[in-house]
Design a binder for this molecule. Structure first.
Ligand SMILES: [Zn+2]
Length: 559
């Protein structure tokens, strides 16, 4: 059997042991041959997907290609229809004369190669790549191609009369297939790139589309000004705005499903000198909505402290940090942990960011007089056990929240402060008597998001003396810095994780708060009690090679 021979080859090359081979074969046998040898080797953690694929290439005498580090020829990609590529996990990557180079995860599958040969009329040269690299390349190359096709067809239908800015309101143009497709494709691409926001910005001669990934804006594409009006009108239409009104800001929303995930898409339109600027915020609903508290990226000691805080039946738990530091995600995760069928949970938010099952969520509406404070007062008449207040934005809201906690409710909320200890001082500054803060506060979690270094291209080096000081360590160690490769869009980072600083208000800390202690006094007592500062947390991540010194400085020094 072919598979057995691959196994023997790996053993003969010293890449796996005989014992590992027997384990793989046993799992394969158990699956009645439905699992491939390579999949099992990777699944059992014996070899990485890349190493296995390289070894397979060696055995079959086929070239191995790292799809992330080569330029894929778009002309070659288009030779193979998307459906065929997805069905067989192949992607055409280069054309040399009459020969088409095709990356596949199974170069001995002659039927597939024959299929491609027939449909393209070209000779196929197979090269080997990992399944995940091929799937990623398919997603990236075909979706960008979709945008190109859409823009081509728009240009061919409207591009010829570019005498002046396109007069758009004719409904057929806004409803025309290419514009509808363009709007959908932009949201799709942004979501697949893990973007949180899309900015569609009109300038004098073109419109720039940027997306926010890991907190930074990156350019997605530029489109012709001629398309701008039709695109914004389309987006305003589906998000329920008045399309005739272009002089005042408007807000709206719509839903779109991408790859099985339903997205809640918030749209805001702002008139600028060159037309309306559209900002789209992508909020996902459904399966990825609620993170568990174990998935917040907390260190073990922070997690233990957070968990013990959530077990206190009444009082106030605050999450603090600047905008975009993941406060709401933490609050929602906490709610998910404590919202049981036998308790009544009510939230008041602005806006309601994610719909959660089994929880009553109220939306603040300033215009209608439904302020945080007003909403909170009526909520407290609804017999709640747990109240989540989106933000303690003013003294009145903070006061009602603290009083609710003292009268036996569990109150969760957020506040805009730099660190955990200054939150306490801030509440007192807002006019809440310090004895009330001391009695009600269970604890404060300060948090920030830091970017995670791209594992494929991060570069090791020794830390300097100055950096040792920043990290609070005595001597130089190996750290990593961002570099940039195709896998991370040349940013050097992939994804973000959170760092936390938790002050648990124990009897000792509470007595300092009640005595009007300073931020430093509170911090000192908290540290004695096991609190690790944000900087300690960031330092640990740098030392573990997960983030960079730049990120440590950005997240913990500049606020
Ligand atoms: Zn990279």
């Amino acid at each position: 059997m072919r598979n057995e021979r691959i196994g023997d080859y790996l053993v003969s090359q010293g890449l796996i042991t005989d014992e590992q081979l027997q384990r793989v074969l046993a799992v394969q046998k158990e699956s009645n041959g439905t699992k491939k040898f390579g999949d099992v080797v990777v699944e059992l953690g014996i070899m990485s997907e890349v190493n296995f694929t390289k070894a397979l290439a060696g055995k079959l005498r086929v070239q191995y290609v790292d799809l992330d580090s080569i330029d894929i020829d778009t002309e070659a990609v288009q030779k193979v229809p998307e459906a065929l590529a997805r069905k067989h996990t192949v992607i055409a990557i280069a054309i040399t004369g009459k020969r088409l180079t095709v990356a596949t995860n199974d170069p001995v599958n002659f039927i597939v190669l024959e299929d491609i040969k027939v449909s393209t009329g070209m000779d196929t040269v197979p090269v080997l790549a990992t399944t995940s690299a091929i799937n990623k390349a398919i997603g990236k190359n075909y979706s960008m191609q979709n945008v190109d096709n859409v823009l081509d067809s728009i240009n061919s239908t409207v591009g010829n009369d570019l005498g002046g800015p396109m007069d758009d309101e004719s409904n057929d143009r806004v409803e025309s297939a290419p514009i509808v497709k363009l709007a959908t494709t932009i949201v799709e691409n942004a979501f697949r790139a893990d973007a949180t926001d899309i900015h569609i910005e009109p300038f004098k001669t073109y419109t720039r589309i940027r997306i926010r990934v890991n907190g930074d804006l990156v350019e997605l594409m530029n489109i012709s000004s001629a398309v701008h009006s039709a695109l914004t009108t389309r987006l305003k239409l589906i998000s329920g705005m008045n399309i005739a009104e272009k002089r005042i800001p408007q807000d709206g929303r719509f839903t779109q499903t991408v790859d099985g995930t339903t997205l809640d898409v918030r749209v805001s339109a702002l008139p600028t000198v060159h037309g309306e600027k559209i900002v789209i915020r992508i909020l996902s609903t459904g399966q990825i909505a609620l993170r568990k508290i174990t998935d917040l990226g907390m260190s073990d000691y922070n997690y233990a402290m957070f968990e013990s805080m959530l077990r206190v039946p009444h009082g106030v738990i605050l999450v603090t940090g600047p905008t975009g530091s993941g406060k709401t995600t933490t609050l929602y995760a906490a709610l998910g942990e404590i919202a049981k069928p036998n308790v009544n949970v009510i939230t008041v938010e602005d806006p309601v960011e994610k719909a959660i099952d089994g929880i009553n969520q109220c939306q603040v509406n300033q215009k209608a007089g439904m302020t945080f404070a007003a909403a909170l007062r009526s909520i407290l008449r609804q017999d709640p056990d747990i109240v989540m207040i989106g933000e303690m934005r003013d003294a009145e809201t903070a006061d009602i929240g603290i009083r609710a906690a003292i009268t036996g409710h569990l109150v969760l909320s957020t506040l805009h402060t730099n660190d955990a200890a200054s939150t306490v001082v801030r509440l007192v500054d807002m006019g809440i008597p310090s004895y009330m803060v001391a009695t009600s506060l269970i604890g404060v979690i300060a948090q920030r998001l830091v970017k995670v270094l791209c594992p494929s291209c991060k570069k090791p080096r020794m830390s300097t003396e100055e950096e040792n000081e920043l990290m609070g360590i005595p001597s130089s160690i190996q750290i990593y810095e961002p570099c940039g490769c195709p896998e991370c869009n040349n940013t050097g980072y992939r994804g973000r994780t959170a760092i936390h600083e938790i002050v648990h208000c124990t009897a000792k800390v509470s007595s300092i708060i009640a005595a009007n202690g300073s931020k430093e006094d509170i911090e000192k007592a908290a540290k004695a009690n096991g609190t690790r500062l944000l900087r300690d947390n960031a330092s640990e991540l740098v030392q573990a090679g997960e983030t960079s010194i730049d990120e440590l400085v950005r997240a913990t020094f500049s606020v």
